[in-house]
Design a protein around this ligand. Structure first.
Ligand code: NAD
Length: 298
């Protein structure tokens, strides 16, 4: 059994780390939240006194809020002690540039870093059915695959380090735009006195069909398990979607690509965040589109 360090025991990290423990991994955990550490100690994980690197893990997994925390952990704790046989796996969603810079620094120490952001949300993390979009060296990925399979179902190798993050932000930008388009369809239908169920019945079999409509419909009670059915309890929060949209826009600017609908989606999600807060599921954007905050989007 490999010795694994897991840093970041939040909404996603906690169930992911618990799945590793369930499968018998030797786990060292770290988080700034002391309560989480106590809980994991109770589960049999090792809590390092100061630096998890002193326990000499073979694989170091990070699941942190943003690039800032990932960089801080790498610079302060990992790089000063990193040995060539240790493998770095960042599962957080962060910017491509930070990932590629950290991977180069790891390479200077003859170690590999792979990026493995996930989709599937908290439910997928709990069920161990996440999809990992993995970028990096093929041999390193083969080595880490059995561990990722303890937390997920699909491991998709998408090229060099950083490509996992690139896939993630492109996909989520597409998703946000798609969700807004579905919300606009239902908003217009409502004003035309067309029942939502009639639009759904046709569009879900016609050319308007997409995942946001058929799997995650923002109108309640048209598909099973949609957050709309439970008053937009998340799911994937507005705050998380806005974070990913901002990453997409920052990256688009860095590489000089026009993403006009991505820019518009970012603007709409920013307004939604300001009016509704970040904690509702991102599909609640339909409330903004329908003018339910007393503010009609132009
Ligand atoms: P979270 O905020 O719930 O968890 C982050 C954890 O990191 C917390 O336990 C926090 O205490 C810890 N932490 C923060 N700074 C730290 C530091 N300097 N050192 C050690 N620990 C630190 O976030 P989350 O929802 O678990 O998301 C984690 C990552 O996964 C994010 O990058 C997010 O974009 C991505 N993601 C989230 C979801 C989702 O549905 N929540 C889905 C896919 C991807």
């Amino acid at each position: 059994m490999k010795k694994i360090a897991f840093i970041g025991l939040g909404h996603m990290g906690e169930p992911m780390a618990r799945n590793l423990l369930k499968n018998g991994s030797r786990l060292i955990v770290s988080d700034i939240n002391q309560e989480k550490l106590k809980v994991f100690k109770g589960f049999g994980a090792i809590v390092a006194e100061k630096n998890f690197m002193s326990e000499q893990p073979e694989i170091i997994i990070t699941m942190l809020p943003s690039g800032k925390e990932v960089r801080q952990i790498y610079e302060s704790y990992i790089f000063p002690h990193l040995k060539s046989h240790q493998l770095l796996v960042d599962c957080s969603t962060i910017d491509v540039e930070t990932t590629r810079q950290l991977a180069l620094k790891a390479q200077d120490k003859k170690a590999y870093m792979i990026d493995a952001p996930v989709s599937g949300g908290v439910a997928g993390a709990e069920a161990g059915t996440l999809t990992f979009m993995v970028g990096g060296n093929t041999q390193a990925i083969e080595q880490v695959k059995p561990i990722l399979l303890q937390m997920g179902k699909n491991i998709i190798h998408v090229g060099e380090t950083g490509n996992g993050q690139a896939v993630k932000i492109c996909n989520n930008m597409m998703l946000a735009i798609q969700m807004i388009s579905v919300a606009e369809g239902f908003a217009l239908a409502e004003k035309l006195n067309l029942p939502a169920s009639a639009l759904f019945e046709v569009a879900s079999k016609a050319s308007g069909q997409c995942w946001s409509l058929t799997q995650y419909c923002p109108e309640p009670n048209l598909v099973p398990n949609s957050p709309a059915n439970k008053n937009f309890a998340p799911g994937f929060t507005t705050a998380m979607m806005l974070k990913d949209l901002r990453l997409s826009q920052q990256t688009a600017q860095n590489v000089g690509t026009a993403t006009p609908l991505g820019a518009m989606a970012t603007m709409l999600y920013t307004t939604h965040y300001n009016l509704a807060g970040g904690q509702l599921d991102f599909s609640s954007i339909i409330r903004l589109i329908k003018g339910q905050f007393g503010q009609q989007v132009q």
